[in-house]
Structures are given as structure tokens and as C-alpha cells.
Design a binder for this molecule. Structure first.
Ligand SMILES: Cc1cc2nc3c(=O)[nH]c(=O)nc-3n(C[C@H](O)[C@H](O)[C@H](O)COP(=O)(O)OP(=O)(O)OC[C@H]3O[C@@H](n4cnc5c(N)ncnc54)[C@H](O)[C@@H]3O)c2cc1C
Length: 394
């Protein structure tokens, strides 16, 4: 059997390993951590499920095929989670724009479609695009929270080109395994072991010239690993910045005044420090019998994610008080820090894809810094990376 190597046993690496094994390679996976899954880890706690990374896939044919392959039952969001809120003027709104702003938005959008002025300029940030195409109010109260919710960065730093190029068309439904996202990576890991794939934990990978290899680490490690073989590409990857996130999942006794829905996004300047809160038990049934909230903190206001645990939790308790108007003691608190959570989709991201052609044919990359954010995209990337190195070995 021909040998192949995968560096990184997160979702992308496990998927690449699966496809390489499928194609008859003797696959070794090298993982720095003591466990598989990377950012995706689901913890069963006494009050319910806690996710530490992505909490759902965007459902499509590729995702559906993976669920079937791994004998996993998909859980789809409950109807009540269609309600999404944005915080403005001290309270959550399903539509945060005033009547004048809404009319202005409608007029601007019609004009922009007629004149085809919706495409993004080469150097345009999402904020500049928003001001130009949808106007000040919609940028401030719709675009900014939406961007923070998905990319964890303010629109002033996001590249409109990078966002639009990596976007999937249309709104699709979400899905997650009944036992959380960690069930997907754990099942995949177990199936790989059954198929004879060797996974070496607590080891840093190396790239040996000529050995078919998929590098599926976060951007900084990938830059380091490919540098001897594709220096220009490595330099482009090294310029990708990573956003730091902290998530705090708290369980509460339900209260009659609780808001129900997918979650609430908090634009900057509203007095709330968190970027948003997910209402987990409203999204997926069976996640908790209590109220389960995941508060997400980013570095929108410099350095919040570096607060010590007590200060971070106290800050979120104050946020929650401002949002709900009442004090409540959580039944339990679960804090996760991800100093290198997701890439900042700024102009540097756009410089990676053009340099990919310089990779030697036996080397491929998979990861969320390659132009498309989203775990469903990683399933496709893992397959594409495996295919590339397979062809080099033919
Ligand atoms: C709080 C949070 C919420 C998120 N929410 C969403 C969401 O709602 N939707 C969504 O689509 N995405 C979301 N994401 C992002 C998503 O979880 C990630 O994009 C995805 O899990 C990345 O998978 P990966 O396998 O590419 O990378 P990782 O999960 O980072 O895995 C890379 C692996 O490589 C290993 N590694 C690193 N360096 C080396 C080395 N030198 N040698 C060997 N191994 C190495 C690491 O230990 C790690 O296990 C979220 C992330 C966070 C943190």
C-alpha cells in the first residue's frame, strides 16, 4: 500500500484521511493534541450538552452523505429557532431597523440591483460595501451583527471580496448529530481506526518531500509546515490573522419571561460586551431540560477574551442583566477559550488561493483559511485535498 500522511486530526484532517484510505493509501494521521476533533469537542455536562466549536453543519448533499456514511441521525433546528434577534435601544428586536431605515434600505437595494452596483470592489471592506449599497442604518444594525455572528470580526476589517467569494448561495437549514458535533468527529475517528488508519497523538507533524501529505492544521502551523516546499504560499498563509473567541455556556432554570429563538446578536456600542448569545435548547431539541445559553466573546473591544475567568463570567452576568432586566444565578458555567478560533476574513485571505498553484503536487491543504468558512465546506476541502495528492501518486 502507498503511504500517505495527514497532519492535524480536526474535522478537515479526518475527512481527508477517510478519502485517502478509500483510495487505497496506508494513512497515518499526526495530531499535536491528545485527542481528535480539533476545535470541535462536545461535552455532556450534568445540565446538558456544551459545544466548544461549530455547533452545526449547513445541510447539503455532501453533509447528508456523511451522516449516512457514519450512521448518524441528523437533528434539525426546531421551528421556534427561526426567531433571531438583534439588540438595539436596550432590547432585542426581530427587525431592528426603524420604518425610515427600512424604506431607505428597500429603495437602495432596488437601485443597486438595477444599476448592478452590488458587486464588491477589490479593496472594499464589508463596512464600505454596506454603506455604499445598503446604507448607514442597515450596515450598522443588520450587516455588522450578521458579520460578527458568522465571522466574529467587525465589518470594517472584513474584505467584501473574500466574504462574497466564499459565500454559499441561499439560506439553507442547519443540522447537527443528536449527540452534538463531537459525535461526528468521534465517529469518524473510530471508523478510521476500524479501517486501519494509524493516528498518532501528541506529535507535531512534518512534511517529507515526495510523501503524499494533506496539511489540515490552522493557518500558522500550515504556513510553517509548507514553508520549505512552497515559500510564497507559506508567506501568504502566515499573513492570515486569527480571531480569538471565548464561549461561556451557562444553564439556568427557565423563566416565564425568557426570550425563545436562535439567539441574539449585539452590535457594538449597545452597552453589551458579548458578540452574541445562542439559545441552544431552543435550537436543537434534547440539548438540555434547562435553559442553555452560549455567550460568545470576541476582541471587538480590545482584549476582552484575555480577561481572567471570573472577570469574563462577571462581565457576561452584567450583559445578561442588561438584556433580560433581571439577575439569575446559573446552575453551571462552562468556559472555553479559543485564542486562534477562526481566520479573520480580511484582504490577506484573498492572497492565499492565488498562491496555491505553487504547491508541489504531492502536497495539499485543507482548512478554514482557504476561502470558505463553514464546516460543510471543510468536508469538501478534505475530499479535494485527498484527491489532489492521490493523483500525484498515480
Ligand atoms: C467558538 C467557535 C464557534 C464556531 N462556530 C462555527 C459555526 O457555527 N459554524 C462553522 O461552520 N464553524 C464554526 N466554527 C469554526 C469551526 O469549528 C472550524 O472552522 C473547524 O472546526 C476547523 O476544523 P479544522 O479541522 O480545519 O481545524 P481544527 O479544528 O483547528 O483542527 C486542526 C488540528 O490540527 C492540529 N495541529 C495543529 N498544529 C499541528 C501540528 N504542527 N502537527 C500536528 N497537528 C497539529 C490541532 O491540534 C487540531 O487538532 C467555530 C469555531 C469556534 C472556536
Amino acid at each position: 500500500m502507498r503511504p500517505a500522511r495527514v497532519i492535524g486530526a480536526g474535522l478537515s484532517g479526518l475527512v481527508a484521511a477517510w478519502h485517502l484510505a478509500d483510495r487505497g493509501f496506508a494513512v497515518e494521521v499526526i495530531e499535536q493534541a491528545p485527542h481528535p476533533g480539533g476545535l470541535i469537542q462536545s461535552q455532556q455536562t450534568e445540565h446538558g450538552l456544551v459545544e466548544t466549536g461549530a455547533n452545526a453543519f449547513v445541510w447539503d448533499n455532501t453533509v447528508a452523505a456523511w451522516f449516512q456514511r457514519l450512521d448518524l441521525t441528523p437533528e434539525f433546528p426546531q421551528a421556534s429557532s427561526k426567531r433571531r434577534y438583534i439588540f438595539r435601544n436596550g432590547r432585542p428586536w426581530r427587525w431592528p431597523l426603524t420604518v425610515a431605515e427600512s424604506l431607505g434600505l428597500a429603495a437602495r437595494l432596488s437601485a443597486a440591483f438595477v444599476t448592478r452596483a452590488t458587486s464588491a470592489g477589490e479593496q472594499e471592506t464589508m463596512e464600505a460595501w454596506g454603506r455604499r449599497v445598503i446604507g448607514e442604518g442597515a450596515t450598522r444594525w443588520l450587516l455588522e451583527p450578521a458579520m460578527q455572528g458568522v465571522y466574529a470580526s467587525p465589518p470594517g476589517v472584513l474584505s467584501a471580496r473574500a466574504i462574497f467569494d466564499g459565500r454559499r448561495r441561499g439560506l439553507r437549514k442547519l443540522a447537527a448529530p443528536r449527540g452534538g458535533m463531537g459525535q461526528f468527529t468521534t465517529r469518524l475517528y473510530e471508523r478510521l481506526c476500524d479501517r486501519g488508519v494509524r493516528v498518532q497523538f501528541n506529535s507535531a507533524g512534518t512534511v517529507d518531500a515526495g510523501v503524499p501529505t494533506v496539511v489540515s492544521t490552522p493557518a500558522p502551523a500550515a504556513a510553517h509546515l509548507v514553508a520549505p516546499h512552497a515559500p510564497e504560499l507559506a508567506a501568504a498563509i502566515a499573513r492570515v490573522r486569527l480571531a480569538s473567541l471565548a464561549t461561556v455556556t451557562m444553564f439556568f432554570e427557565p423563566h416565564p419571561d425568557d426570550i425563545h429563538g436562535f439567539g441574539i446578536l449585539f452590535p457594538s456600542g449597545t452597552g453589551i460586551n458579548a458578540l452574541g448569545v445562542l439559545l441552544n435548547a431552543d435550537i436543537f431539541a434534547g440539548r438540555s431540560t434547562r435553559r442553555s445559553e452560549t455567550w460568545i466573546v470576541g476582541d471587538r473591544d480590545q482584549g476582552l477574551t484575555a480577561f481572567d475567568d471570573d472577570r469574563l463570567v462577571q462581565m457576561l452576568a452584567a450583559d445578561r442583566r442588561r438584556v433580560t432586566g433581571r439577575d439569575a444565578t446559573p446552575l453551571s458555567v462552562h468556559l472555553t477559550r479559543r485564542p486562534a478560533a477562526i481566520p479573520v476574513y480580511d484582504a490577506a485571505i484573498g492572497q492565499v488561493a492565488p498562491s496555491l498553484a505553487s504547491l508541489p503536487p504531492w502536497l495539499a491543504l485543507a482548512g478554514n483559511y482557504l476561502g470558505r468558512l463553514g464546516v460543510a465546506a471543510l468536508l469538501e476541502q478534505g475530499a479535494a485535498a485527498a484527491n489532489r495528492v492521490r493523483e500525484s501518486a498515480l
